[in-house]
Unconditional design. Sequence first.
Length: 131
Amino acid sequence: VRSFGGPVGLGFLSGAVCLLIGLGGAVFPDQAVHFAHMFFVGGAAQFVLTISVHVIQSHGGHGALSPGRRKALWAVVILVLCAALTRATAAVWPHIYVSHLAYAALLFILALGIWFAFFGRLIFIPTKEGK
């Protein structure tokens, strides 16, 4: 249970909240595309990245998160959340709409790059047991 605290816990919690907010597209159909980004980027992507870290660490034989990887996961969770919020609120300021889209995309790409640098490569590293 302790493994679900910290950045993993925040990833689960923020992912769940974003999924629920994303369902708002059913209530506000004229804003559905913005809510869909909360659902898919803030919710689904956050869950996939967070759960995959937990699975890689637990089942890959890599043990608990090292302090460096823990900081990297904090960065990933926060960047994904910021990307989702930036994209979802782009329509609020129509005069800077396109720049909001660009910022959201850059934040998400940066989060994915950090995730792969710290966790994605562990998929290809054999465990100590050789499995």
